[in-house]
Design a protein around this ligand. Structure first.
Ligand code: GLU
Length: 421
């Protein structure tokens, strides 16, 4: 337990336990799924610009591969811990299963403040990580991608390093690569697109549509920005946006393109000014009087200390693990719909899957066809989760629990026919 209540890993395991009970799966399924199959720790020496060697510790947690190769991002963040990485890898197993992908779950992490590295140091670190992990990854083994703090450029360095080691180009070993290096243009915005699609579908059920609904977004990285972009495109009104330093709120709506321009120029949305706009902190943004709240930064931001202050009726988890289990109980009792991470932010990994399929075939779809394929998969998951939730009883179980049951079902059956349990 942390000061904020349950830790991320504890929250994940609690939901898993409940899903195992709800689905009537044997205890062995919990035993298998509550721990990773393999944890790789690597120590990477990097020659810094000042000539000194600094050693960075990184991980790759390979949680479960019953359904296929491990799949999940790599996080660069100063505060990552092994426990957090295990939680993130576990969520990936369920996310990939829920969305019908032929993947297990994995996640990598390096404890580093990438903003303090020069471009050359960042490249060295990324290549070093790919080299150290090379014996444990591969297009049919484990396929990493970006997460918080990593991007297509980093994937390009990593795929290049891996390809040099194998002696030939291996496009399918990392996803979310630059378009020129066997990426797909949809991947850049796919997580935010998925967030918006899930919000739109839930809004149809709650209010008959998303048009004019007000939205507050915590986080202005890849997920927060593209989430805002697609939500605005679908007719919602984005009224608040923050980045890691804090942000801005305007009840009559923000002009996203202008906010983005300020962020690009000054590195924070806090410098955005217009009449009727005021500053908000990262705590305040969660408690604004809005219809839809999108936590799109880090985990555990909605906890038992602030759950009661949340006014949104719909929470869309752009981040992984933003709501603790304690907070979710409070919000569920209040009738708030929480669209859980493994569903709401799956647009990223579903698109990664499409990119990987392209890479394996060296054959590429155009942007529109790819986006349509992505949307079809997301809508199918949405319908399955809603059906499962209805069947289990909307007031008795949370949407996350329903999604976990749906996810565990496939993994359990795969483990069973393999003879693992
Ligand atoms: N990091 C993203 C996630 O948490 C994407 C993973 C991927 O594309 O493999 O789902």
């Amino acid at each position: 337990m942390s000061l904020r209540g349950t830790t991320f890993l504890e929250s994940v395991l609690q939901t898993l336990k409940r899903a195992i009970e709800l689905g009537g799966y044997p205890q062995e399924a919990y035993e298998m799924l509550s721990r990773p199959q393999r944890i790789v720790t690597v120590n990477i020496p990097v020659k810094m610009d000042n000539g000194k060697i600094q050693i960075f510790t990184g991980y790759r947690v390979q949680h479960n591969n019953a359904l296929g190769p491990y799949k999940g991002g790599i996080r660069f963040h100063p505060e990552v811990t092994l426990e957090e990485d295990i939680a993130l890898a576990t969520v990936m197993t369920f996310k990939n299963s829920l969305n019908g992908l032929p993947y297990g779950g994995g996640k990598g992490a390096i404890a580093v403040d990438y903003k303090k590295l020069s471009k050359r140091e960042l490249e060295e670190l990324s290549r070093g990580y790919a080299r150290a992990l090379a014996p444990f990854i591969g297009p049919e083994v484990d396929i990493p991608a970006p997460d918080v703090g990593t991007d297509p450029q980093i994937m390009a360095w990593m795929v290049d390093e891996y390809s040099k080691m194998t002696g030939h180009n291996v496009p399918g070993v990392f996803t979310a690569k630059p378009v020129i290096l066997w990426g797909n243009p949809v991947r850049e915005y796919s997580t935010g697109f998925g967030v918006a699609v899930w919000a739109r579908e839930a809004a149809k059920k709650l209010w008959g549509g998303i048009e004019g609904k007000t939205v507050a977004i915590q986080g202005f990285g890849n997920v927060g920005y593209w989430g805002a972009y697609w939500l605005e495109k679908m007719g919602a009104k984005v009224v608040a946006i923050t980045d890691s330093r804090g942000g801005v709120y305007n009840p009559s709506g923000l002009k996203l393109a202008e906010v983005k321009a300020v962020k690009d120029k000054t590195s924070t949305v806090m410098n955005y000014e217009s009449s009727g706009t005021r500053k908000v902190t990262n705590d305040e943004v969660l408690e604004l009087p809005v219809d839809i709240l999108v936590p799109a930064a880090l985990e555990n931001v909605i906890h038992k200390g602030n759950a009661n202050n949340i006014k949104a009726k719909l929470i869309v988890e752009g981040a992984n693990g933003p709501t603790t289990a304690d907070a979710e109980k409070v919000l569920h009792t209040k009738g708030v719909w929480i669209l859980p991470d493994l569903a709401a932010n799956a647009g990223g990994v579903v698109m990664s899957y499409l990119e990987w399929v392209e890479d394996l075939q060296w054959y590429f779809w155009d942007e529109e066809e790819t986006r349509n394929r992505l949307e079809r998969i997301l809508l199918d998951t949405f319908n399955r989760v809603m059906n499962r939730w209805n069947k289990l009883g909307m007031s008795q179980v949370t949407i996350r629990e329903a999604a976990y049951v749906e996810a565990v079902d496939r993994i359990y059956n795969a483990m069973k026919v393999r003879g693992w349990i």
